[in-house]
Structures are given as C-alpha cells and as structure tokens.
Design a protein around this ligand. Sequence first.
Ligand code: FAD
Length: 289
Amino acid sequence: MNVPDIMKEKMCFSFEVYPPKEDKPLEPLLDTLEHLYKLNPDFVSCTYGAGGTNAGRNTEICKAIKDSGKSIPVTHFTCIGNHKEKIKEELQRYLELGIDHILALRGDLPKGWEGTRGDFDYANELVEYIKTYFPEFIIAVAGNPEKHFQATSFDADITHLRIKQDVGADFIMTQLCHDVDHYQWWVERIRKAGIYLPIDVGVMPVLLKDPTIRMAVSNGSAVPRDLAEIIGRYGDNAEDFKKAGKEYTVKQIFKFINAGIDGLHIYSLNKWKDVSDIVLDCGIRIVNK
Ligand code: FAD
C-alpha cells in the first residue's frame, strides 16, 4: 500500500531520520531504526543533504528500510546544485532499489547563493520532472503552515503550494509548527485555495533547549507562550528541560490529533529512546518499554 492510500484509511504515522556522515558507520542508525520499527511506523523518511551532500548515505539508509520489510522508505531529495542528468541517475537508482516514495524539495540555499545553481529553481519544477519521467514515484511536497520564511506573503506561498499539487504532488509534509490553532487556520486557507492533498503534520520533539530555539527561529516559526515558559523555567537544566519538553510534545500531538490530521510525522532526530517514550505516552502505539 502507498502512503496516500494509508491516509485514506487511518491516520498515517511515521518518523524522519537523518543519515550519518560519509566517514561514520551506519550501524548506530540501523540500530535506531530497529527500535523505531517496534512502534510500527507506516513510513520512515530519510533526509538528503542539500547539494547532494551525503546522498550516498541517504540511499543506503532508504535501502536498509526497504530491505527490512518493516516500513516504507520515503527519500527526501533536493534541487540545490542538482542537474537533470544526475537527478535522472539518482531517481533511477532509487526505483531499482524499490524506493518509490520521494519528498521533492528545493532545499535551503547555502549562504551567499542567489539560486539553486542547478537545473531547477523551485520544487514545483522537480515535481513536474519526476511526474513526467518517473511516474512510478509517489511524491510528497513541503508545506509551511507559518509561511516559508522567504515567501513574500501567505497568498504567494499558498499559490506555490497549489502549483506543486497541480503538477503532480500526492501529499503534503509540513514544516514544524508549534502553534496548532495557527495550523488549523492555515489548513482552512489552503483548502479555500483548492488544495485538497492529504497533510502529514511534522512534529519536532522538544528535547534540548538550543536546538528547539534554533530550529523554530531558522524556519520563522513562532514559539508559543507555554513553550517559551518551559525554555525560561528549565532552560538551565537539561534533564528538567527534557522532561517538560517531552510532556509538552505529548500534549502537542494530542492537540494535532484532535484537530483531525491525515498523518503524524515525528522528526525523530535519531533519538529512538526519547521519541519512543513520547509515542507510547501518547498511546498511538503500544509496545513494551
Ligand atoms: P519551494 O516549494 O520551491 O519553495 C521555496 C520558496 O520559493 C518559498 O518561499 C516559495 O513560496 C517560493 N516559490 C516556490 N515556487 C515558486 C515559484 N514557482 N516562483 C516563485 N517562488 C516560488 N531541506 C534539505 O536540504 N534536506 C532535507 O532533507 C529536507 N527535508 C525537509 C523535510 C520537510 C518535511 C520540510 C518541510 C522541509 C525540509 N527541508 C529539507 C527544508 C526545505 O528544503 C526548505 O524549507 C527549503 O527552503 C524550501 O524547500 P521547498 O521544497 O519548500 O521549496
């Protein structure tokens, strides 16, 4: 079954992992994956370094997920510095390995870059290319409930999302958004704009103070008052911060589920233990701790 079909039947549940650097062993992540599989994720996505950095490790990890037979691999893929011939080769390779789900992204422009320095300027062009030459792929695209930080307006950003749908995207995976009320407002807006694709909501677990602040700020995401209080109150004590952050994340997941979502995608940060605690506390999956 593919991911959009799963979403038609139930709330899809998935994790994101990131591959190790080229000079590091794969085993720790393979072990992490074994722990994550116990939570029965419908799919596991693997990030792709913009510009193809670490692309080899991405393929190895996606292949390992596929070969495990325990979940569907979804590869991330970006346009940055990528030319059609290389893109074609990489897409063919994924299909040869049985990896047929792809999150088609532009990627973040490295500092000082004006454009992608590749054959595609925006994700919609990559989606169209994949749909035309590799129609076997199920294509996910990024959605930004708080607006992409470079978009000139919400309307412009929503129009660009609509274009990705119109050229062949199959579902949306969202950027982190701590503010669930705002998320619901955005869903209403995109539905009014004729975007009907199912939405897989990305949740970033709150585990460490600095990355929590950095990831929100770098994406132009708001830090709601209750999260700001956790940062203020427990920011100097890593253990207390993590405890409060995990409780916050569980509540956050409940709020999203109550809002009615097609899928829940947890950015695992490769931390299976903390993420398993969160998932089990939510009651989404049952497994012996
Ligand atoms: P686009 O859809 O191309 O949008 C980029 C900007 O251009 C937006 O402001 C948009 O409004 C505007 N725009 C879009 N189309 C047009 C157009 N036709 N004309 C004019 N303006 C346009 N990055 C990585 O490098 N590796 C990863 O593995 C990765 N994984 C991610 C996973 C998720 C779930 C998400 C949400 C993001 C991920 N990213 C990753 C980050 C992503 O690459 C960045 O957010 C990037 O800046 C934008 O990518 P995009 O696909 O949304 O781009």
